[in-house]
Ligand binder design. Structure first.
Ligand code: DSN
Length: 412
């Protein structure tokens, strides 16, 4: 492979070495199976397919059509959806398609604020969702750091948004989707849920499924779902036409058929019993890690987690999130700095870090390993300038990881 390009080969090898020798704890990252990788690198990379099955703008589509139909059928079966669109390049365009299918520019929307765990595309002011529409943001309750559904209902009745857009990048609690549907109905809004982070947990039955309640459900497929980089959208049959039109030709041209091939493989893997066990183990690992960090003197935002991630408030250790994340990286623990709700510190140096367990769980980590992870993390946070200790931790982790392979076959 890459016989004639030693420069790129060397960089890929270095990245493989980096990924395999550190604790990868960014919750939006995972490790795809060899089969997903093979499909992603298949001959579908050579083919254009603008349009939808049986309605394309190029010839030579019989295999593209079969592939896209298979991916959509697998998506609908896995999540219990009426319609699937598998063409979105990633999560932000998937969210854009949801807005375009349901709203006109200038319409009012309600979404979860960034510091409360929402995403840029849920109405943040510098994002298209905050500029093309009229966004109103909900924040979590100051005390519980959880969504207060009475407050959501109050805001929605006051604002009367066209869309209630609920999803997360760092909110760790399970949503009450039935309640959100009631709130949307009471104010005449559509309900869109963005399950980019928890899609794999939903597929595994380890997190509530919003599909019965939401008009549109968007997701990325590369996080807990363990597929290739990409987006996917599910919706009620009534929105299918508007949604498909929003994706193509509304937002994008030809779909990436190699990405859809890899997604079809990932959806097949996610339907297997091993994946159910995997999804539940991700959550058990996250809950165990949250408890282990709490026992070592750290505070977890909202007191714990119902999913694969948590935000850790570092103020008790007198260290900011960025300093912590860079020290942890030197020690072989890769995460990201993150704001906590109502963060008194600036976004570039917020008070927290965000940790997740999907990729460690793929490598075979269970609760016992989470105890080791908690020790390593707290050891670094207690002495972020002790370079000797940090180097020792990095080499301990590198050694430890040799027993946990960095690739896996389908469903394993
Ligand atoms: N970048 C993703 C995450 O890390 O949560 C969200 O877009």
């Amino acid at each position: 492979m890459l016989e004639y390009d030693s420069e790129v080969r060397a960089i890929i090898d270095a990245e493989w070495e980096r990924q395999s020798s550190v604790l990868r704890m960014i919750p939006s990252e995972n490790i795809v199976s060899d089969d997903v990788l093979e499909a992603l690198g298949s001959c579908f990379v050579n083919k254009y397919a603008e349009g939808y099955p049986s309605k394309r703008y190029y010839q030579g589509q019989e295999n593209n059509d079969a592939l896209e139909r298979l991916a959509c059928a697998r998506a609908c079966a896995l999540f219990g959806a009426e319609h699937a669109n598998v063409q979105s390049y990633s999560g932000s365009p998937a969210n854009m398609a949801a807005y375009m299918a349901l709203c006109e520019p200038g319409d009012r929307t309600v979404g979860l604020g960034l510091n409360s765990g929402g995403h840029l595309t849920h109405g943040w002011k510098v994002n298209f969702s905050g500029q093309l529409y009229e966004p109103h943001q909900i924040e979590v309750d100051r005390e519980t750091e959880r969504l207060d559904y009475d407050e959501v209902a109050k805001l929605c009745l006051e604002i009367r948004p066209k869309v209630l857009f609920i999803g997360t990048t760092s909110y760790s609690r399970a949503f009450d989707f039935a309640r959100l549907r009631e709130i949307a109905d009471a104010c005449g809004a559509y309900l869109v849920t963005d399950i980019a982070h928890v899609a794999g947990l939903v597929a595994a039955g380890a997190y509530p499924n919003p599909v019965p309640y939401a008009d549109i459900v968007t997701m990325t497929v590369h996080k807990t779902l363990r597929g290739p980089r990409g987006g996917m959208i599910l919706c009620k049959a009534a929105h299918a036409k508007a949604l498909d039109r929003a994706v193509f030709p509304g937002i994008q041209g030809g779909p990436h058929m190699n990405q859809i091939a890899a997604l079809a493989v990932a959806l097949g893997e996610a339907a297997r019993p091993e994946f159910k066990a995997y999804g539940h183990q991700i959550v058990k690992n996250a809950q165990h890690l949250a408890a282990a960090l709490t026992a070592r003197g750290l505070r977890i935002v909202s007191g714990g987690t119902d999913c694969h991630l948590m935000v850790v408030d570092l103020r008790a250790k007198s260290i900011d999130g960025k300093t912590a994340a860079t020290a942890l990286e030197r020690a072989g623990i890769v995460c990201n700095f993150n704001a906590i709700p109502y963060d008194p510190n600036p976004p570039r140096h917020p008070s927290g870090i965000r940790l997740g367990t999907p990729s460690l769980t793929t490598r075979g980590f269970k609760e016992a390993e989470m105890e080791r992870v908690a020790d390593w993390i707290v050891g670094v946070l207690d002495a972020p300038d002790d370079e000797e200790k940090i180097a020792r931790t990095a080499s301990e982790i590198r050694e430890f990881l040799k027993a946990y392979p960095y690739h896996h076959r389908a469903g394993a």
